[in-house]
Design a protein around this ligand. Structure first.
Ligand SMILES: [Zn+2]
Length: 456
């Protein structure tokens, strides 16, 4: 880990004060705890598996250092821990029986449960990550299923984070591959932020941008080595994931880490894609396929001159909100999702006058924006190659989606979040249908993918 980079990032982070990622880092857990919480008592929270791989070790080290601790709270390993609000209530009630500061020993789901439960009892916590599987270790908010849908519940990021590279490389291969995809997808997330910034819908936060993008290519350069268990490649991956989380703290938004590719993933999540698999289809795997999809769409966009649009013609065809609402409702089949999508779509809908202004602005800045996007993005083929080398699924079929449902995702994903992205850009410039058509037509990106898989 590059301490200098991490420490510079921590100076601007709102919640997290300390991050230690290194080979053998578990040895410093008692020191890190004391530095972060003084003389508070400690309670290890893990599941049976993560307690075995690191929790027990953490507990012994705390005891050896003379730290007062209470009995560890260990969730069962089977069935696999679910990020549902019920588990937060269970842990919260257990935490109320004492005043010890939790150490979450685990990965995404466990960390999210502890993050929110600790917040509900008014305590900070420390996170010992056991897999480089997503960028949520250093982000605020917990992704939890509540009232029938997945939502981000408010809570601060951990005060301190520790990752032992020896533990991380021992994590299941699919978890590491998932983390790689969650990091590499910042390529398309960044492009979407550039578009939103240019059109004035969401300005780039320079510091947060730099935390994610200054070293992104370096962190993601060695997917095959990562898959083979290389410690250095793991160190880079974890650094990138930690920095992405810190960037969210700095920007007070998930925008630095999430664009249209995350909307593909969230939609599939809400539709229950891969929930019955064992293990369930991961966040990173969905995001990875989403990122390839978005990069392929960007290629169709960048092949066009959006500086030379027939603005009056597009504005004349622009639907009124009532018509948009009808279409949004018609595109969703999951109960409740349509209402939610209408609300989000309403928040970003512009009327004909608003659209005219936006398109005129786009006309002026397109040459510069196109060039910046070209520098930010990578070809969808290259993105796919990197993800494949890391061991990620790279096609709709590999994540259990039919071609029909996959193609419809381009339309549906746009509706579930107000965050401005390339899907909005293509709809508002009147090129969405033809771009998607090109992707699936003979010779198009996804047609070629279908053909190549058939001959394998
Ligand atoms: Zn993510």
């Amino acid at each position: 880990m590059n301490d200098e980079r991490i420490n510079a990032a921590l100076r601007d982070a709102t919640d997290t004060q300390n991050v230690t990622i290194a080979t053998g880092a578990l040895a410093s857990v008692a020191d890190l705890f004391e530095q972060s919480f003084g003389h508070a008592a400690a309670v290890v929270v893990a599941d049976e598996k993560t307690f075995e791989v690191a929790g027990k070790d953490v507990q012994q080290r705390l005891e050896a250092a003379g730290r007062e601790s209470v009995e560890p709270y260990v969730f069962p390993y089977q069935p696999m821990l679910y990020a549902g609000y019920g588990n937060i209530e269970i842990l919260r009630d257990a935490l109320r029986e004492h005043d010890a500061v939790p150490l979450a020993v685990g990965s995404g789901t466990l960390n999210d449960i502890v993050k929110r439960a600790a917040h509900e009892v008014g305590r900070p916590y420390l996170c010992v990550g056991t897999a480089a599987s997503m960028d949520g270790y250093t982000s605020f908010g917990a992704s939890i299923a509540k009232d029938g849908r997945k939502q981000t519940l408010g809570c601060p990021a951990p005060r301190a984070v520790l990752g032992d590279v020896d533990v991380l490389v021992g994590a299941p291969a699919w978890m590491t591959a998932s983390g790689y995809a969650d990091l590499l997808c910042k390529v398309t997330a960044g492009a979407d932020w550039m578009v939103a910034d240019a059109l004035g819908t969401e300005r780039i936060h320079p510091k947060a941008w730099s935390l994610v993008h200054d070293h992104l290519r370096e962190w993601t350069a060695k997917p095959a080595e990562l898959r083979a268990g290389d410690g250095e490649a793991m160190d880079g991956l974890m650094e990138g994931l930690i920095m992405a989380g810190l960037a969210m703290q700095v920007a007070a938004s998930s925008r630095p880490a999430s664009g249209a590719e995350h909307m593909f993933s969230h939609l599939w999540e809400m539709e229950g894609l891969g929930h019955d698999e064992d293990p369930p289809l991961s966040h990173g795997f969905k995001v990875g396929v989403g990122s390839i999809s978005v990069a392929a769409l960007y290629e169709r966009v960048l092949a066009r001159d959006l500086g030379d649009l027939d603005v009056e013609g597009i504005v004349a065809e622009w639907p009124a909100w009532e018509e948009v609402e009808r279409r949004v409702r018609a595109t969703h089949t999951v109960p409740g999702l349509d209402e939610y999508a209408v609300e989000e779509s309403r928040a970003k809908y512009v009327d004909a006058d608003g659209l005219r202004k936006r398109l005129e602005l786009l006309g002026e800045l397109w040459p510069g924006l196109r060039e910046r996007l070209g520098g930010q993005l990578m070809p969808a083929d290259e993105l796919r190659g990197l993800l494949r080398a890391a061991g990620c699924p790279v096609s709709p079929a590999e994540i259990g989606l039919s071609w029909e449902d996959f193609r419809a995702t381009y339309t549906r994903a746009r509706t579930i979040r107000r965050r401005y992205n390339v899907l909005d850009l293509t709809v508002e410039t009147g090129i969405f249908e033809e771009c998607v058509e090109e992707l699936f037509a003979p010779g198009g990106f996804w047609a070629r993918d279908a053909a190549s898989r058939e001959t394998v």
